[in-house]
Design a protein around this ligand. Structure first.
Ligand SMILES: Nc1ncnc2c1ncn2[C@@H]1O[C@H](COP(=O)(O)OP(=O)(O)OP(=O)(O)O)[C@@H](O)[C@H]1O
Ligand SMILES: Cc1ncc(C[n+]2csc(CCO)c2C)c(N)n1
Length: 278
């Protein structure tokens, strides 16, 4: 199961963007952002490998409430002590006082930001990561976002919009237990490395921001060959991955999504132990 984490969301971007060649998640520095929706059971694995761990406001409640349930054999307090966020940030109108105080006592930085009516807490967190990450690290950093999908659709759409807002500066992957979403930048050939044990086969390529006049792919059952795509005509949903490497080239940024398959019978505490050894 450890290898899920090595490969989940492992995609590369043409060196012309300065992102570099293929790296597994175990090599690439990662930041984990916890949002305020149901957390995937692989959250502890992502957490253990991350350099930076941040909760967006009410995301801290999820961490506090849901992580102990993943380790039923352990004292909830012991689990919470082990998963200490570096930062809780946002307008702080959703994090409960007991949760805020608990993490404050552990040494988490709590950063309140004036409630503004135009950007979400998630947007603010990504801006914070962008501003606090040195330029060099930023080209390598992968921002993995849990609790991002499966809840309120306007929140999901806002979360997806953040991929576009920061398209030129950060690689961001939105995750639920069932799906992974990321933006494939326009104008270069994106190589997506897939671990078919844990990802796929179902996937999609969506021209969310603007219609595409020309998209070309390899490695899919239904490939595109300089094909136009737009909502209202063709979009690629329910496609199937047929290779360990998928390539996509398009004139517009595309949303790439692939299903995740999680081993339901796996003992999470074992997963965590395996992971900390890596
Ligand atoms: N149901 C949901 N589905 C998906 N994402 C969510 C959901 N609820 C919250 N989020 C994400 O988690 C972040 C933090 O959630 P929180 O509940 O603190 O925010 P909020 O008060 O609803 O809205 P905002 O973040 O805009 O102030 C949000 O900015 C949003 O990105
Ligand atoms: C056109 C438009 N639509 C909706 C909002 C509302 N809104 C967007 S983000 C946000 C923050 C939530 O905490 C709120 C209230 C807006 N400002 N502009």
């Amino acid at each position: 199961m450890e290898s899920v984490l090595k490969h989940v969301t492992d995609y590369t971007i043409n060196a012309s963007r300065g992102i570099g060649s293929a790296r597994s998640i175990s090599e690439a520095p990662t930041a984990v952002v916890v949002l305020n929706y149901r957390l995937p059971r692989f959250t502890p694995l992502l957490w253990s490998q991350a350099r930076l761990r941040v909760c967006a406001d009410g995301g801290a409640n999820r961490l506090y409430d849901e992580l102990p349930r993943l380790f039923p054999g352990e004292e909830p307090e012991a689990v919470r002590n082990r998963f200490k966020p570096d930062v809780i940030k946002g307008d702080l109108d959703s994090v409960r006082a007991d949760v805020r105080d608990f993490y404050m006592n552990l040494g988490t930085r709590i950063i309140g930001e004036a409630h503004d009516q135009d950007t979400t807490d998630f947007h603010k967190i990504i801006r914070y990561i962008e501003e606090s990450t040195p330029e060099l690290d930023k080209t390598q950093l992968k921002v993995l976002v849990v609790g991002a999908l499966g809840g309120r659709f306007d929140h999901e759409a806002g979360n997806i919009n953040v991929l576009w807002t920061f398209a030129n500066s950060l690689r961001i992957v939105l995750l639920s237990e069932e799906s992974s979403l990321t933006l494939l930048p326009a104008g270069s050939t994106n190589e997506i490395h897939i671990n078919q044990t844990f990802e796929g086969p179902h996937c999609g390529l969506l021209p969310v921001g603007a219609p595409s006049l020309s998209t070309t792919s390899t490695g899919l059952r239904w490939n595109l060959d300089r094909t136009p795509m737009s909502f209202g005509s063709l979009i690629s949903t329910c496609n199937i991955v047929e290779s360990d490497v998928v390539t996509v080239t398009s004139d517009v940024h595309l949303l790439w999504t692939i299903e995740l398959r999680y081993d339901m019978d796996h003992d999470m505490s074992q997963v965590f132990s395996d992971c900390s050894r890596s």
